[in-house]
Ligand binder design. Structure first.
Ligand code: ZN
Length: 315
């Protein structure tokens, strides 16, 4: 968060007595009896954006047990210049705050959006509740799998327990290193075969380098491996060894043809028979293309792997 963001947070802290959270770009607390989380960007950690804000409430119309009706909040959106959009789902109410180019304008918008919303809730008979509509119990500002939510203790305990369980089984299910290594080796054999075949067919090293990278990574993940740092080391070692081996076979093949010696003999003496600079250039190019295929694939796989789900109650 930059200075401007901190200034906006401070505005909400000064105006409404909210508390900053250490681990997220949010301030939270209770305003006129309503639990609220205010954050830069959308309503989850993944949708952080410094150009607009969201205020996350959870309320229930007094005397009903029904979910919120978004039509009921149209007047608020029309009346308040600071509010461009409102999303109502269950008992969860997310109020967007207009972003503004001028820094002070956004601070004013934040105060206006909060004030307008709270007044509207009071005037129209909404009481504070948890996101599942529970009232008469303490409601906490929480982060559930990276999403900002207001939950009562029972709902929080239930949801946090479910997430923990799901995460445990996800971890157990997804990372089977032993089969993954076998998968990587099978994949790299396909890559090695491609290197040899395409060399014979006279293709450029680019294609076979890419195949080596993709096949090894796919082999690892399809056989139960999860892409993390350990996986990247394993995959790199397998790719480097198999690329070396396949490349050496292509050299040995040529040497055997040229000198009319048995293949195994040629394989053994590749490094004696080939000019070091020619050899280095040949395998260097191959490694370059393996790398070009592997790096973006691994980076996107790393990003796709969900980090440990962020779930906690804000203090
Ligand atoms: Zn609840």
């Amino acid at each position: 968060m930059n200075k401007r963001e901190l200034a906006r947070q401070q505005t909400l802290i000064d105006a409404f007595g909210l508390t900053p959270d250490d681990s997220t770009p949010t301030v939270h607390g209770v305003v006129e009896g309503y639990s609220v989380i205010a954050t830069s960007g959308g309503d989850s950690m993944g949708t952080y954006d410094e150009n607009y804000w969201s205020l996350i409430f959870s309320v229930k119309k007094r005397g009903t047990n029904e979910a919120l009706d978004k039509e009921d909040f149209k007047p608020l959106r029309k009346e308040s210049k600071a509010i461009p959009a409102i999303v109502a789902q269950g008992n969860r109410l997310v109020v967007s705050v207009n972003g503004a180019i001028k820094k002070d304008a956004q601070q004013d918008n934040l105060v206006a959006a909060m004030t307008d919303t709270v007044r509207y809730l009071q005037a129209n008979g909404y009481e504070n509740s948890c996101e599942n509509g529970h009232t008469g119990t303490s409601v906490s500002n929480t982060v559930i799998a990276g999403v900002y939510r207001n939950y009562c203790d029972d709902c929080y305990a239930q949801v946090a327990g479910d997430i923990h369980e799901a995460h445990q089984s996800e971890v157990a299910r997804k990372d089977n290193v032993f089969t993954a290594v076998i998968g990587a080796i099978i994949g790299s054999l396909i890559g090695g075969a491609a290197i040899i075949l395409f060399y014979k067919l006279g293709f450029v090293a680019a294609i076979s380098g890419f195949i080596m990278a993709i096949a090894t990574i796919k082999g690892y993940t399809l056989m139960g491996g999860k892409i993390d740092i350990k996986a990247i080391v394993i995959i790199a070692v397998v790719m480097i060894l198999m690329t070396y081996l396949a490349n050496r076979i292509t050299w040995a093949w040529d040497i055997a043809d040229y000198f009319k010696v048995p293949f195994m003999e040629a394989f053994k003496y590749v490094h004696d028979a080939v000019e070091p600079s020619a050899y280095a250039k040949d395998i260097g190019l191959l490694y370059l293309f393996v790398g070009l295929g592997a790096v973006p694939t691994l980076i996107s796989a790393l990003k796709a792997t969900p980090a440990v789900e962020v779930t906690y109650k804000m203090d």
